[in-house]
Design a protein around this ligand. Structure first.
Ligand code: ZN
Length: 445
């Protein structure tokens, strides 16, 4: 007990005054300068997916590690579809911690980017701009410099810390995380994974209150295609077999009442810490199972003829199920509301859901590192409404936490996948340090 207390005090001392037996004092200024330059260069590799060729980005990261004398392993799932890992060895007293990010990015329409090249890596108005600045090259660079600082400080580790960069996340991860899990899981076998998902914000959770949400679970996509069939005819003579009418009435029935729900312990934990959440599209989505009507297709000809009743009408639904929701039962409910005249086809089945517990050493380490740098912050576990690679790792038993440890405005959060993606330079130091201190705490315990 005395040992434990002394050890905890020492650790705190190391974190607050990083002049130590584990190495030189960490001089964060040059580390941060280097990280900023690295992200600028990293953003210049156009890793838009599709096609998602990450060769240049992977070579770039590999060079950085090799300059530090750290061996890199490359896993090429297909030409251009590269995953890579670098490892700091520990004594093996615990299973590894994996820092995970993806090198691929979603497309950017350069004509919509206001005076900035989405692949230019420019600094303007205190931000680094570019597709992937947040999602997820920026996150990867903060992780990278936490990892390199562990190496440079020669921090003695009781478990391996692995840095892994994957491809293909933005189109489902088949060549990235899925490939690594199918072929190389034994080499990784992590206890903890730090991935994307959560964020710090003064706006999206409770307006005016600084909240860091660390994602411990995600909603599951269930995509459906609805087809109504009818009889074609002349628009001048309406009849009862118009597929557009059938589809419209069915959709009205579907959305006329709330969707069934299930207990949501993660949300309960979040609300008990924060009180009522601000009403917005994000907090709406994390509370319940949602259904978005994402496409409607019908008509004869292109552009469709206004005077022809078609024989077919098709819609797609993007359903996002809460963890714990029975996908089969949900589907039965959807079909019964739509009625017999609508064919329902599952075009993307819901995966199983696993919730990572938040009563763990890593969650506590992240929380204390965050509150050390942001004393006014409340740290909560959360569900995210979108998918990340963590969903696959959770099914294999790894404890995954999604967190970019920066405070972002609602506008910056909205820039992810948008036309002005950018990351604030002045938060690089705290971002790297929150990762670094969490790793020191859990990997030297
Ligand atoms: Zn991402």
């Amino acid at each position: 007990m005395i040992y434990f207390t002394l050890r905890t005090l020492c650790l705190l001392f190391l974190l607050v005054f990083p002049t130590t037996s584990m190495g030189q004092e960490v001089d964060w200024k040059p580390t941060v300068g280097e990280a900023v330059g690295t992200l600028q260069q990293y953003l210049r590799f156009n890793t838009t997916n599709p096609p998602g060729d990450v060769t240049g980005a992977a070579d770039f990261l590999q060079d950085i590690f090799e300059r530090e004398g750290i061996t890199v392993k490359r896993y090429e799932a297909a030409p251009g579809k590269i995953n890579l890992s670098a490892r700091l060895k520990g004594t093996g007293d615990g299973k590894p911690i994996l820092l995970l990010h993806h090198m691929d990015v979603v497309p950017a329409d350069a004509s919509r980017w206001d005076s900035v090249d989405p692949f230019g890596g420019e600094i303007k108005d205190g931000h680094i701009w570019g597709r992937g600045a947040i999602d997820m090259k920026g996150t990867g660079v903060l992780q990278l410099y936490a990892f390199l600082t562990l190496a440079r400080q020669k921090v003695p580790l009781n478990r391996d810390v692995i840095f892994m960069a994957v491809n293909d996340e933005e189109i489902g991860g088949t060549m990235g995380t899925r490939y690594m899990l199918d072929h190389h899981y034994d080499e990784l076998d992590p206890e903890y994974i730090l991935d994307e998902g959560g964020i710090g914000s003064r706006e999206i959770f409770v307006n005016g209150k600084l909240v860091f949400g660390i994602s411990v679970a995600e909603k599951r996509a269930l995509w459906l295609r609805l087809t109504a069939r009818g009889i074609a005819g002349h628009g001048s003579q309406p009849h009862a077999q118009n597929p557009n009418d059938k589809l419209m009435h069915a959709l009205n029935r579907l959305f006329s009442q709330p969707f069934p729900t299930v207990p949501n312990p993660v949300l309960d934990a979040l609300v008990s810490r924060l009180g009522p959440l601000s009403p917005n599209q994000f907090t709406n989505a994390i509370r319940q199972t949602t259904v978005s009507l994402t496409s409607l297709r019908s008509g004869v000809g292109d552009p469709p003829k206004a005077n022809v009743i078609p024989s077919l009408a098709v819609a797609t639904l993007d359903t996002r199920l809460l963890p714990g929701m029975d996908a089969e039962a949900f589907l039965v409910e959807v079909k019964s509301r739509l009625g017999d005249e609508i064919d329902v086809e599952v075009i993307h089945p819901a995966s199983q859901s696993v919730v990572t517990p938040h009563d763990t050493a890593m969650f506590r380490a992240l929380s204390s590192a965050i509150t050390r740098h942001h004393p006014d912050a409340t740290v909560v576990p959360m569900i995210i409404p979108y998918g990340t690679d963590s969903r696959m790792f959770r099914l294999r038993g790894a404890k995954c936490y999604g967190i970019l440890p920066l405070v972002l405005s609602a506008e910056l959060i909205a820039s992810i996948h948008g036309d002005a993606e950018r990351i604030p330079v002045d938060q690089f130091e705290t971002g790297i340090r929150i990762y670094y201190e969490s790793l020191v705490e859990v990997a030297t315990r």
